[in-house]
Design a protein around this ligand. Sequence first.
Ligand code: G6P
Length: 613
Amino acid sequence: MCGIVAYIGNRAATPVLLDGLFRLEYRGYDSAGLSVIENKSMHTFKCKGKVAELQKSIDDQDIGSTIGIAHTRWATHGVPNDINAHPHISRDGSISVVHNGIIENYQTWKKILEEKGFQFDSETDTEVIAHLIEYFKKEYSINTEEALRRALTHIVGAYALVILDEDEPDTILAARKSSPMVFGIGSDEYFLASDVNPIGQYTDKFIFLEDDQIIRIDRNNGYRISSFENEAVSSEIHRIDVRLEEVEKGNFPHFMLKEIYQQPQTIADSMRGRYNRKDGWISVGGLKKEIDRIGQAKRLIFVACGTSWHTALVAEYLFEEIARIPCEVEYASEFRYRNPIIDEGDLIIAVSQSGETADTLAALSLAKERGAMTYGIVNVVGSSISRVTDTGSYTHAGPEIGVASTKAFTSQLAVLTLMAIQLGRYRNEVSDTEYHALIEAIDLLPSKAEQILEQNDKIRYIAGEIKSASNALYLGRGYNFPVALEGALKLKEISYIHAEGYPAAEMKHGPIALIDLYMPVIVIGTNESIQDKILSNIEEVKARKGIIIAIINEKEQRIRDIADFYIEIPKTMDALSPILSVIPLQLLAYHIAVMRGCNVDQPRNLAKSVTVE
Ligand code: G6P
């Protein structure tokens, strides 16, 4: 979703801003722009389309500015076009604003300002902020910061805002409410951005702005963070090392492929130090420190969105089977609006790659309001969810840049699997024999993931055979039902083929009507315990001439014999199988999308981090 980057220091601002925008591209956007101040005069460039277009429009201009703000826009109010792109400029041209989020009452203020003679060029909610600051500044003869404070008392919504005013050419102002913003401290230079990736090459010192905070950054006097009521706030400086190679594609044609291939490593990283095969123990820190409380939990409620919601669905199977704790899995967006019953003894577990998803954050704050304990399973270090939860565990998968989530899913699952076993053990639900068998099996997951990647050529071949389909059906049972959902999501996200995931037995209650000789049906058939049932489902598809692509365990002869295509994966315990069975589905979707000429890393309309509800 929208991305912000801002700079003040001694370097030329434009290259820093453009480079930052390129690094924010992964979030998903449809237009881009920037403003810089040179010789006390604001220069703004913006256009629909890619950052490369913006760069072209600036290239031949000779701008020596060392202060500026920039933005990638993901349209909410108004179509993607040059005018709606950010920055938005005040009536007199002196104030420039970039904004992530949504101003809910912008219509009211638009009307008031229009009556006062302000003209609106764009259809956006953001433009109102630029005019409002100018209006207050002039009406009350106050400076930009005071005008911003006054404006914030009137606007309702979610925002990360950055403001540049040519009357104060050595200052950047920013404000945050429910939309992420990180402040980077270099030597004699400062940065603001939506996440650490675009500025991590310049500094490792970051402050994560909290809700209801304003920052004033002054070239000569440093920075001051304050509450909306103007009380100074002291904030912790976090040290985060963003390695450049982590946010670059390396030798891979796409981030998504790189991230699929990283999985043997990221699965291992997510479990590192949390189990020991030789000594036979599992201990996830965030869980360990609250084990007595969590161990007594009456119910686990998982809240998440997108792929993370699929992770949570697998977690439900894991925690119910292994730890024998009742679980519920909720779309965060539904949970927050339906007055859910939250009891003492419930633990709310938020699963999120970015740690910034607006609905997941809102679900957590509702749970906290009602006194529940909260746990975060988060990838991005220092993100909002990691900060608001009572305890939690990072997944340590490294930056995930491809919009279609891959390594985040398997690392979330790895952490949750360890937690389910640890909790099961604490609750005396896991015998010694099971415990050690699980630890042995976990230890082999990274090398088994590696073996799956070795089948990439075969998977690419199968992709070629089904790439022209208009629809696809994914079927799985038990632990692999959520994997079917995830496989279908991957395909529709990046190839735009309509795909649905179903529990295999449910096929008879609807989707079977769609099956004909053009319909690929991808069956995840690795669960040992229900092999016969899956076989029957496959027969039902074959009887209607559907094309079967089966994900099976090595040497599984019966399914192999009737499937049109099969992909073998190394056998593991049923509870662990989703971590492996999803990998061929990621590769299948990837190759199909590439063959169809789709933009794999930045699929249309999608955003990596959904920071508005
Ligand atoms: C967006 C992304 C998905 C992601 C979902 C939840 O839709 O495109 O890949 O699964 O948000 O994001 P989170 O960061 O909370 O896991």
